[in-house]
Design a protein around this ligand. Structure first.
Ligand SMILES: Nc1ncnc2c1ncn2[C@@H]1O[C@H](COP(=O)(O)OP(=O)(O)OP(=O)(O)O)[C@@H](O)[C@H]1O
Ligand SMILES: C=C(C)CCOP(=O)(O)O
Length: 248
């Protein structure tokens, strides 16, 4: 059975400029897409932080690089992400998708050099039992830094390689990676091809926006599609909307 890893960008499922606000229409469209995918194969969903994780992370001075040892702060970030995860799980349950949470804070850690080790046992067991695991960007223990932010994009890379995914999709608000003229770049095979056009995020974002996303996906070694909400149905249909990032 084919396995798809799909990331729902925080900018799709939340209103990224309004703290802790779900984008109901964006979430509904994304949940419809997951429901369609789950009818024909296995799906692992990952969602980003949007206005739930990034605001709390910025407030506590935590990013992918800067850590904290303040347990209350760590819990505030994690609790906000669990709230968003609940909203995603509810939207999927409303569509009869057997979705279950996997919280990275309790399933992984980062080494001193930032490399992520994520246990896949819960996710694999859920897939074997016919469930749809739903992970999320989170705060996670980091050797000698306390805890830092793990982006949903990092999780996608670990999951896609560890589970040997057949297809990888990242749905953001932009229709793909845009060049300096604002046109979608159909294919990226090297960071230098697009580095001039790549920036961070338009909103509060502690994990690096599009530049970090492309860099991580180039390291994946399997093609990954970046597209906007309008590309969701094409991705579900097996097409290649937006930009495909092909690593080595
Ligand atoms: N060349 C580019 N092409 C497309 N988007 C770009 C580019 N440079 C910067 N961006 C910005 O990258 C952002 C998308 O990355 P971002 O990390 O915010 O997305 P996301 O994954 O949907 O959200 P989250 O990180 O909350 O999950 C957009 O805000 C966009 O403006
Ligand atoms: C800010 C937090 C907690 C998660 C960030 O995940 P991302 O939005 O996928 O980068």
């Amino acid at each position: 059975m084919s396995l798809v890893v799909l990331k729902l960008g925080g900018s799709v499922v939340t209103d990224k400029d309004e703290p802790e606000t779900v984008d109901d229409a964006g979430l509904a469209a994304a949940a419809d897409a997951v429901a369609s995918l789950a009818e024909t194969g296995q799906v692992v969903v990952v969602h980003g932080g949007g206005s739930f994780g990034h605001h709390h992370a910025a407030e506590h001075g935590v990013s992918s690089e800067s850590g904290t040892d303040n347990a209350r702060g760590i819990r505030a970030i994690h609790d906000a992400m669990k709230d968003l995860n609940d909203a995603v799980l509810d939207a999927l349950a409303d569509r009869d998708v057997a979705a279950l949470p996997v919280h990275p804070l309790s399933a992984g850690a980062r080494e001193k050099d930032g490399s992520l080790s994520l246990s896949l046992s819960a996710t694999e067991a859920m897939l074997d039992e016919g469930f749809v695991p739903v992970l999320h960007g989170d705060v996670i223990s980091h050797a000698e830094k306390g805890a830092t932010i793990v982006s949903g994009d990092d999780l996608v890379v670990s999951l896609a390689s560890g589970l040997d995914a057949d297809r990888v999709g990242l749905c953001s608000t932009v229709p793909g990676v845009l060049d300096t003229d604002g046109d979608v770049v159909p294919e990226i095979t090297a960071f230098e091809d697009v580095s001039d056009a790549l920036g961070g995020s338009d909103s509060t974002d502690v994990t690096g926006g599009m530049a970090a996303k492309v860099q991580k996906l180039l390291a994946l070694g399997a093609p990954a599609h970046i597209f906007g909400p309008d590309g969701l149905s094409a991705f579900v249909a097996g097409e290649s909307p937006g930009t495909v990032v092909r690593g080595e």
